[in-house]
Design a protein around this ligand. Structure first.
Ligand SMILES: Cc1ncc(COP(=O)(O)O)c(C=O)c1O
Length: 476
């Protein structure tokens, strides 16, 4: 590739992935030499398939000439995409967000409640640290796969500061966003068939990454009446001899539920007594309201440290979703194994992003506290307005930046001639009729709920929920 061609569109576009299988080709009399035979075969296929991209795709396999000079098969009969990867559902939250953005780009006045990211810019001192880092050639090179030692030290210090959890710097592995930490943790802990207890509603990435790691997600549902919080009794019922781990997320995406210190301790103790690992996702640790205190499960039950992996990142606390820095903290053997995995997957996270994250985690929490004030105000406004809609039941979230109303009271009713029976159908109707994008509960577990993010301006929020009030108020 020449320098001048860099940055242009892919000059070798691949055809879309098509359904595959054996290509049925009738035997063709042998043309004398394999090369000539191939040419004739290609011409035959080309005459049957007009699309040149398709032609090339179809010819991807090597024609095999059998002993009698006949072509036996031209493509592999195996599926092109593995069953494991083909089974992955796309991220529903990203899908809603991109649908809303696409409609907006068409000029439609869509208001999107799908986004899972703060609507604030990254603080300028963090951006400045990145600018400075990008000028330092040391950051233009590979660095240790587990992350910059300075950042690992700073995260260990931040973990003591924020969670009173005392960890060594080499127990910290820097990942490409919290998402990579989620995947690597399951891949490191789960063997095929191992079960992972997953309180539901759950963040949409957990079941997919558990399955990808060969594990079996076992949802344990707690509805709005229970404040979307599971109990030890429920966990006990769901546990089998294949249970390897429990996913614990407080504050929760999608529900905003926050477990109290005593609930957290009870769950931690249950995990300890039952030899169950805890994967605790603490990415919303600084977004708690109503004077509540975030409690890390491993601080509540310190003996759990040897069977706990803490997941976290800078995305939500510092409005840094695009920088892609997260981390996992765990026992040294687990972190070592996960680092080996990461060394073959992605190596080190971009150094400039790591330097920005270093400025973030070693700096003050003012940015997070400012955002928290805005989210607090918006969640109250949103819940107040949603509660005015007949058929909607909406607990007040105590953490994160989402509300998770139950819309079961609306399903089966007629709204502008339609009769949505699922929250997915209702979300489509809301998008079509009110031009408001919300994520249906199906993305997070059972149908019957919607997730609305508070990460948008107050006036958009008021306008969007106002449009929903108007539309859903017509339900009969
Ligand atoms: C609960 C939870 N964990 C982890 C993440 C991952 O965030 P990121 O990959 O942007 O760091 C998210 C993002 O939405 C989340 O909601």
């Amino acid at each position: 590739m020449t320098l001048s061609s860099q940055g242009r569109r892919d000059s070798n576009p691949q055809p879309p992935v098509l359904e595959t299988g054996t290509l049925p080709i009738a035997p063709l009399p042998y043309a004398g030499s394999p090369a000539a035979h191939c040419m004739r075969l290609k011409a035959l296929i080309a005459s049957r398939h007009g699309d040149p991209a398709l032609k090339r795709y179809r010819l991807a396999g090597t024609p095999h000439v059998n002993a009698r000079g006949m072509i036996e098969r031209v493509t592999e009969s195996r599926n092109r995409v593995s069953k494991r990867i083909a089974a992955i559902e796309p991220s529903a939250t990203l899908a809603v967000d991109s649908k809303a953005k696409a409609l907006k780009a068409e000029g439609k006045p869509v208001i999107g409640f799908g986004a899972g990211e703060p609507d604030f810019p990254t603080a300028s001192y963090i951006v400045e640290a990145a600018i400075k880092a990008s000028r330092d050639s040391a950051n233009h090179r590979y660095t240790p796969a587990a992350g910059l030692p300075e950042l690992r030290h700073a995260i260990a210090a931040k973990t003591i500061r924020d969670s009173a959890y005392d960890v060594e710097w080499n127990q910290v592995l820097i990942t490409n966003g919290g998402k990579q930490a989620v995947y690597q943790t399951f891949a490191t802990l789960l063997d095929p068939g191992d079960e992972a207890l997953l309180p539901a509603p759950y963040w949409t990435t957990y079941p997919e990454t558990i399955k990808l790691a060969g594990g079996v997600p076992v949802p344990v549902f707690a509805g709005p009446e229970a404040g979307y919080k599971v109990t030890v009794e429920q966990l006990d019922q769901a546990k089998t001899e294949r249970t390897k781990l429990l996913v614990f997320v407080s504050p929760s995406n999608p529900t905003g539920a926050v477990y109290t210190a005593s609930e957290t301790e009870a769950i931690g103790r249950w995990a300890l007594d039952n030899g169950v690992w805890v994967v605790t996702d603490e990415i919303y640790e600084h977004l708690v309201y109503d004077g509540l205190q975030f409690t890390s499960v491993v601080t509540a039950v310190p003996e759990l440290a040897d069977q706990t992996v803490v997941l976290n990142g800078v995305s939500k606390t510092y409005a840094m979703t695009g920088w892609r820095v997260g981390w996992m903290i765990g026992p040294p053997d687990v972190i070592k194994a996960a680092t080996n995995l990461q060394s073959h997957l992605t190596s080190n996270v971009a150094n400039v992003s790591q330097r920005a994250a270093l400025a973030a985690v070693s700096g003050p929490l003012d940015v997070a506290l400012e955002m928290r004030q805005a989210f607090d105000r918006r969640r109250r406004m949103m819940v107040g307005m949603l509660r005015e809609i007949e058929g909607v039941y909406c607990p007040m979230p105590q953490g994160a930046f989402y509300t998770y109303p139950s819309v079961r009271g609306l399903l089966g009713k007629t709204i502008r001639g339609a009769r949505p029976m699922t929250s997915s159908q209702l979300a489509s109707l809301i998008l079509e009729e009110a031009e408001v994008a919300v994520v249906p509960g199906e993305a997070f577990g059972p149908s019957g709920y919607l997730r609305l993010s508070c990460a948008l301006g107050d006036s958009d929020l008021e306008e969007g929920v106002g449009r929903m009030q108007q539309l859903l108020g017509e339900a009969r």
